[in-house]
Design a protein around this ligand. Structure first.
Ligand code: AOF
Ligand code: ZN
Length: 361
């Protein structure tokens, strides 16, 4: 097994932490001695203990003379626990292989330096591209001071997210909805605009996936006009609920939601809406690294316009909705989703930078 093979193993462990460890990165660590894995670790829920600590505890004496594969530079700072770099040295590890340098100013190069000073053999940059993809949220929070944003869209084949009369449930089928719940889980937070909260009355929790750490539910509503009798107000106990609003939100509304147990975050308003850049900056300050935005149309547009969407998860359902006065297809006379003929996917193929999907009735 090569260094890259062991690092791929550590990366797969690290991925399990995504959505559970913010504000910290989801790190994976594998300890290998004489070709045998003697310890495995992943950053624990809430961000501690760190991955190396978990792997070292598992390995015990077997860590002596082992090689540690870590997906991020081991930390060098004294947080609530001693630095991982010191722990690796103390356990007698002889070689450390990492994927990325940690941009956190308390670490940035010091972890690697400490290991080298202690006489360990250090190799860096192994599978760095994969690690950068996996840890994009943490890197973004630290370097750009905003979380990584994934925009989820569920559209008809003509790119519409609702019928002309506003019906949007459900454009996609039950399997796609389950996939959405799984995607919510590997993000720290789920974000929707106030319009969606009013129109769909969503609960935004992860359901039917066993006991899980619920992502933070974040609603952005400039004036805090949200259904006070709806699912959100009823489900505050089911997971954290944060509301982002502007300075124009009425005092009674603030008091209502605060009384319900929601966390209120005020952000600057520009052009009549909460400024998306400032909003994400505020979320990064709270430690959020990965945001899953589920719409609606205006929030998605304002994030896209400001260049704040890093990833797009596009679900396409096999129907056309059309609409009078919109670009694309004209009116098809469809008000209710049930009236739209559903096509079935026959083939799905990447062609250059495009996707061909072949559908039939
Ligand atoms: C590691 N291994 O598994 C993780 C690391 O607040 P603290 O003390 O937990 O430190 C958080 C910082 O530690 C975080 O910003 C990042 O630099 C690093 N995370 N380091 O050696 C780990 N999760
Ligand atoms: Zn550490």
């Amino acid at each position: 097994m090569s260094d890259a093979d062991h690092m791929a193993h550590a990366l797969s462990l690290g991925r399990r932490g995504l959505g559970r460890v913010w504000p910290n990165p989801a790190v994976g660590c594998v300890l290998v001695r004489d070709g045998r894995v003697v310890g495995r670790g992943v950053t624990q829920p809430g961000g501690r203990p760190h991955a190396e600590r978990v792997a070292l505890d598992q390995a015990g004496e077997a860590a002596q003379g082992a090689t540690a594969y870590v997906t991020l530079e081991p930390c060098a700072h004294h947080g609530q626990t001693p630095p991982c770099a010191a722990a690796l040295v103390q356990a007698g590890v002889s070689r450390v292989v990492t994927a990325l340098e940690d941009p956190d100013t308390r670490v940035s190069g010091r972890g690697h330096a400490r290991l080298r000073e202690a006489g360990l053999n250090v190799t860096t940059g192994v599978l760095a591209d994969v690690a950068r993809w996996d840890q994009a949220g943490f890197l973004s929070r630290v370097v750009r001071r905003r979380p990584m944003v994934t925009l989820k869209l569920a559209t008809s084949l003509d790119g519409r997210i609702a019928t002309a009369s506003g019906e949007s449930r459900w454009i996609t089928g039950p399997e796609a909805r389950r996939a959405v719940h799984a995607m919510r889980l590997n993000h720290d937070a789920v974000l929707v605009g106030g319009g969606t909260a009013r129109a769909d009355d969503p609960r935004l929790t992860v359901r039917e996936m066993g006991p899980v750490r619920q992502p933070v539910r974040i609603i952005v509503s400039q004036r805090l006009i949200l259904p006070e009798e709806g699912e959100l107000a009823r489900s505050v106990d089911e997971g954290p609920l944060w509301l982002i609003h502007g300075d124009g939100a009425a005092e009674e509304r603030r008091a209502f939601w605060a009384g319900r147990g929601a966390r209120l975050i005020e952000a600057p308003v520009s052009r009549g809406q909460v400024c998306p850049t400032e909003m994400l900056n505020a979320l990064a300050t709270e430690g959020v690294t990965r945001v899953f935005c589920e719409g609606g149309g205006s929030l998605a547009a304002s994030l896209l316009e400001a260049g704040l969407v890093d990833r797009i998860a596009l679900f396409s359902a096999g129907l056309f909705l059309g609409a009078e006065g919109h670009p694309g297809l004209g009116a098809l006379g469809i008000d209710r989703l049930a009236d739209a003929p559903r096509y079935r996917l026959k083939q799905h193929r990447r062609i250059g930078a495009d996707v061909l999907s072949l559908w039939s009735l």
